[in-house]
Design a protein around this ligand. Structure first.
Ligand code: NAD
Length: 355
């Protein structure tokens, strides 16, 4: 498998997004988000998305020159995506949240009609860096149905991620962020296997016969559905989280729920909240609590080779390794990026090992 440096991949992504019609500043924001996702191990939300973003721009769902619009401001803000790249909406939401938490102890940003917000953990990390707690519920604006209600194989809900972030004030060398799809895996993990022969793990999907979908291409053609988080045994838990995420995002963002899909639209809605913990306790006490909890959890003896990790730690470890050794690019993803580069006359901008 080819490995590419984050710098060369980001430079290519930036050129590609400029070629879609964005200015340099927008291209830098979007490229940086995608490559950060690749760096922390969520390649499903990284540069594999570039061809999909190109399609969205060409199809008119995303306007590369647009910016999100703040529709109401104050303690509680509402943001409309305005057909802009979702990463711009994510950035603007973080600014509003941080301002709200600083001024009022709480910042709330409802989001509707956003382009793809990508890896929601990025927005949590940015809020946590400022010393605030973060929680969000995100939906797919009524579209992109993938999750089956428990006991069925019918696609009814998006993979609605739920995300939490806790500032640790130096207790840990990484942001303590829990960021998960409410399906067994994010749909992106199937998208990135489309075009490869690798069999999908059986625990991810279900068909009407009760059997899993074996190939990503079949899932992409409409076979089966993603199981909610918890799978065949306890999927009602993930399903419950997906239902409340659908509604929190729609209510606070004032956007649609499943069945109210915008025509041709597959973006994100969201309810983002930042809280100032100093309203309740001190940074020193938070640091002590996190240190104590982390030591307690890590004292558990692993049964196998895997150490006890805290939420956000796998991403941190992967980023350390990939900064040193490069980001692995699967053959099918490399082929898609080469095709994109050819289409936009950017072959000379490809990272050397992909050119
Ligand atoms: P995942 O299953 O890889 O990780 C989920 C969480 O579990 C992470 O916080 C991670 O730090 C933690 N974790 C993983 N392994 C761990 C371990 N061994 N010990 C302790 N903690 C561990 O993530 P996912 O559910 O596949 O989601 C991937 C990404 O997809 C997320 O960034 C999510 O925001 C994104 N997503 C986005 C959308 C969207 O519409 N924008 C939709 C769905 C998912």
């Amino acid at each position: 498998m080819d490995r590419v440096s984050a710098t060369s991949l980001e430079s290519f992504a930036k050129h590609a997004i400029e070629a879609f019609g964005a200015d340099a500043e927008t291209a830098e924001i979007v490229a940086s988000s995608l490559v950060t996702a690749d760096l922390v191990g969520h390649t499903s939300h990284g540069c594999v998305r570039l061809p999909y973003y190109a399609e969205q721009v060409e199809g008119g769902a995303v306007d590369p020159t647009a910016a999100p619009v703040v529709e109401s401001a104050g303690e509680f803000d509402q943001l409309a995506g305005n057909s802009a790249f979702g990463q711009l909406t994510g950035h603007r939401a973080v600014e509003l949240l941080v301002d709200g938490a600083r001024e009022h102890g709480i910042g709330v940003a409802g989001i509707r009609d956003s382009g793809h917000l990508g890896r929601i953990g990025e927005w949590a990390e940015r809020v946590v860096e400022e010393g605030f707690l973060f929680v969000s519920w995100v939906n797919l604006q009524g579209g992109s149905h993938r999750i089956a209600p428990p006991g069925t194989a019918a696609r009814r809900l998006g993979t609605n991620p739920v995300t939490f972030g806790v500032p640790t004030f130096g207790a840990l060398p990484f942001p303590l962020v829990f960021d998960a799809a409410t399906s067994q895996v994010a749909h992106g993990k199937i998208i990135e296997r489309d075009g490869s022969d690798e069999r999908l793990p059986d625990a991810w999907t279900i068909t009407e016969s009760g059997d899993p979908v074996e190939r990503a291409a079949d899932f992409e053609d409409g076979a089966g559905a993603l199981l909610p988080l918890g799978g065949r045994e306890s999927g009602y838990k993930g399903f419950g989280l997906a239902v409340v995420a659908e509604l929190f995002a729609a209510i606070v963002g004032d956007g649609p729920v499943a069945t109210q899909e915008r025509q041709g639209w597959a973006g994100n809605g969201g309810a983002f909240i930042a809280l100032d913990p100093s309203s309740f306790t001190s940074p020193e006490d938070i640091r002590t609590r996190v240190e104590s909890l982390a030591a307690h959890l890590r004292s558990a003896e692993p049964i196998g080779d895997e150490p006890v990790l805290l939420p956000g730690e796998p991403e941190h470890r992967t980023a350390v390794e990939r900064r040193a050794d490069g980001i692995p690019v699967e053959a099918n993803v490399g082929a898609e990026l080469r095709a994109l580069a050819t289409h936009y006359d950017l072959v000379s901008e490809l990272p050397p090992s992909l050119g």
